[in-house]
Write a protein that binds this ligand. Structure first.
Ligand code: ADP
Ligand code: LRH
Length: 460
């Protein structure tokens, strides 16, 4: 087998990067060739993604990457652009944290039996109900999810990659195709939705280089990049969000699962990503932004010296979802004393996040009937030693932290397999990650009673 280079374009809610992976002969080397910020823009009261700056970041990264065997693109889920009959983008994609979907999910009946998705206010289906009366919606020819839009700009080809399509709320969780009954029930336009394509398929060509469909939902790629052995593991893909759950063969559609707001998203190789969206590092990101970007490692060192579990909140409360005045909301919800400083607030966020992750790991096991013996934590959160240790303590399980770039790795591995450079299924891809990437183990330090008491105080 020979070594070949691949380019992964990975757009997270907080930043984008282009990563070159060199794979083959049991090797897997990563180089982040370009990083760029992802900064939303509010225009006319609506929060948008700056899609052209993301496109520029991608193109600059691909130029720095040099010649590669193929290119794969992944991004955060649910958001989309509409294009007209000439292929022009109709308006800037709207950010999922925009208020346009407020109240819509509650007005629409239960979609869980069909789509198996947790109700998040910003699921594409609710965004489309909000967009239905707009001129752009009427004029559109196709809806393209963000990675599909970028792939369209590179190749001229339209399609809807399956893992990301599974986050729209419009896919039937059983048939894995668009649900025509759900779409007509909500009076939405079926003709906007392009054919579903699957990871590994060639989408088209950018300057002669194949653009290959990967798990274009960043979380789907991250789960491919989890260095797990066997099936008795939970995962936390920890960045702006913490996506906490299990990999299953079949969806769980019970009433208890719906009540706990667990989702059944489509994974690479026909797996089900059975998980819950936990608020993740978003509250910390927002505080850092409000505080003028102080040093995070320094703040985490100070937070580690703060008393444990002194202030906790239910971080899954939707009150923390929108941007702006995060510190104020945390102070109110946690009952922080006026004198509490940034280290105390940071500790409150991390203790609360560990608690929320504990709850999701436990519920995933109860609801699916699968027990786990370890938790894999991947993504930027794996750099946060305090959070990793608190998560191990809260879950009462070892946490295996890393790789930080699991999403880019999952993206690269699916491309490499499509090119015949890597062989086998998820087990083989994960073995390669395990053997080549840095993983740090955190052992749980006990004190279940303290975590139980804190969970009760946080109202969980
Ligand atoms: P996303 O894909 O959602 O944009 P990432 O997986 O890139 O998120 O993770 C970003 C998060 O990683 C940041 O919000 C920050 O909390 C964390 N992080 C990044 N660098 C460090 C670091 N050096 N130490 C601790 N945490 C870090
Ligand atoms: C993480 C993520 C998550 C979605 C959210 C919108 O980046 O893709 O899986 O729920 O963004």
């Amino acid at each position: 087998m020979t070594t070949a280079a691949f380019a992964a374009v990975d757009l997270g809610a907080s930043s984008g990067r282009v990563v070159v992976g060199r794979l083959g002969d049991g090797k897997l080397e990563l180089e982040v060739v370009h990083r760029f910020p992802n900064e939303p823009v509010r225009v006319g009261g609506t929060l948008h993604w700056d899609i052209l700056s993301l496109y520029r970041g991608m193109i600059e990264g691909l130029r720095k990457a040099g010649p590669v065997t193929s290119i794969g693109i992944d991004s955060w889920a649910v958001d989309y652009g509409l294009i007209d009959a000439s292929g022009a983008l109709l308006g800037n994609p709207v950010h999922y944290r925009d208020a346009r979907t407020d109240g819509i999910a509650g007005r629409i009946g239960d979609l869980y039996p069909v789509n198996g998705l947790q109700t998040l206010p910003f699921n594409t289906v609710y965004q489309l109900v909000a967009a239905r009366p707009t001129p752009q919606y009427q004029a559109a020819r196709s809806l393209l999810l963000v990675p599909d839009l970028l792939a369209y700009w590179l190749t001229g080809q339209i399609g809807a990659e399956y893992t990301n399509a599974s986050t729209t709320g419009l896919l039937d969780v059983r048939t894995r195709e668009w649900s025509s009954s759900l779409i007509s029930q909500l009076d939405l336009r079926a003709d906007l939705l392009p054919p579903v394509r699957h990871p590994g398929e060639v989408i088209g060509y950018h300057e002669g280089t194949p653009v290959v469909a990967v798990g274009s939902h960043d979380t789907a790629s991250a789960i491919v990049g989890v260095p797990a052995e066997g099936t008795d593991f939970a995962y936390i893909s920890c960045g702006t969000w913490s996506l906490v759950g299990l990999e299953l063969d079949e969806p769980v559609l019970s009433d208890a699962s719906r009540a706990a707001n667990f989702t059944n998203e489509g994974g690479v190789d026909s797996t089900i990503r059975y998980l819950r969206n936990v608020m993740g590092l978003w509250p910390l990101q927002e505080c850092l932004r409000e505080w003028g970007s102080p040093s995070l490692p320094e703040l985490l060192r100070e937070a580690a010296d703060e008393p444990a579990l002194a202030y906790v909140v239910d971080l899954d409360d939707p009150v923390f979802m929108p941007p702006g005045d995060m510190e104020g909301r945390l102070r109110t919800m946690a009952g922080l004393p006026a004198g509490a400083g940034r280290a105390t607030i940071t500790r409150c966020i991390l203790d609360s996040l560990a608690l929320a992750q504990r709850r999701a790991v436990r519920q995933a096991q109860e609801l699916s009937g699968r027990d786990v013996s370890k938790v894999h934590l991947v993504g930027g959160g794996a750099l946060n030693e305090l959070l990793c240790q608190l998560t191990a303590d809260a879950c009462g399980l070892p946490v295996l932290a890393g790789p930080v770039e699991a999403t880019a790795l999952g993206n690269l591995l699916v491309q490499a397999r499509a090119a015949g450079v890597v062989e086998g299924g998820l087990d083989a891809m994960r073995a390669l990650v395990r053997e080549t990437q840095r993983i740090v183990r955190y052992e749980p330090r006990g004190d279940e009673a303290a975590w139980q008491a804190a969970a009760a105080r946080a109202g969980r």
